[in-house]
Design a protein around this ligand. Structure first.
Ligand SMILES: [Zn+2]
Length: 214
């Protein structure tokens, strides 16, 4: 079930498209939003007005700011003790899972160094907690928001969880599996293909990562 009928065009629509093209279905400053220009495929003739697109973009940016907050200050947010986060050397990546109604279900921050767990990526932790909270592994209708383009493991976990929409921040050309190096989520051979919006608040997200590696 979809609460937002103005979902983006499935990759390719009527025409096979290059699924590895990062420009696909992304929202980037200065670029037309998906659907605003040349919309094809299901929904193309439904006359969605710009306010819907703008509203979705604003919601994605709001959600991304929360994910960024988790990345920078940890799940507790600004009230966290700085030592909770600063003491570890984990790359600041934050993820939030939102339910179909837009309510925050769970958050995760990359804890690979903290826990010594190679799979403790922000997305995996947030997915696990969201599933635990809902009492089921299927997260249909949910949106996962993450500050960095997911890797292959996380893209796989997102697909397995049946997440409906993925919103990510900075592109990750070296390991990104949602359009950069691979495109696991929009592979036309995959049975479950979530909607994907990349590059949301890209500048802010990239700045946080750059500051960490400086
Ligand atoms: Zn990952």
């Amino acid at each position: 079930m979809r609460s937002d009928p103005s979902g983006p065009v499935p990759p390719g629509g009527a025409e096979p498209a290059d699924a590895t093209d990062p420009a696909l279905e992304t929202l980037r400053p200065g670029q037309p939003t998906p659907g605003a220009v040349g919309r094809v495929g299901p929904g193309a003739d439904e006359g969605f007005a710009d306010p819907g697109e703008v509203g979705r973009r604003q919601r994605h940016e709001l959600w991304m700011r929360r994910a960024l907050e988790v990345a920078v200050t940890g799940p507790a947010g600004p009230d966290a003790e700085p030592s909770d986060v600063d003491a570890v050397a984990d790359i600041p990546v934050g993820a939030v899972v939102y339910g179909p109604d837009g309510a925050e279900l769970a958050v995760g921050r990359n804890e690979r160094e903290l826990t010594g767990d190679p799979t403790a990526h922000a997305e995996v932790l947030a997915l696990r907690r969201a599933a635990e909270r809902l009492g089921r592994w299927r997260l249909e209708g949910c949106t996962l928001v993450v500050t960095l383009e997911p890797c292959t493991m996380c893209a796989g976990a997102i697909a397995l969880a049946r997440i409906s929409t993925v919103v990510f921040g900075a592109w990750e050309p070296k390991t990104g599996a949602v359009g950069s190096l691979w495109d696991v989520l929009r592979d036309r051979r995959a049975s479950h293909r979530p909607e994907v919006y990349g590059g949301v608040l890209e500048t802010e997200n990239a700045a946080v990562l750059r500051a960490f590696f400086r």
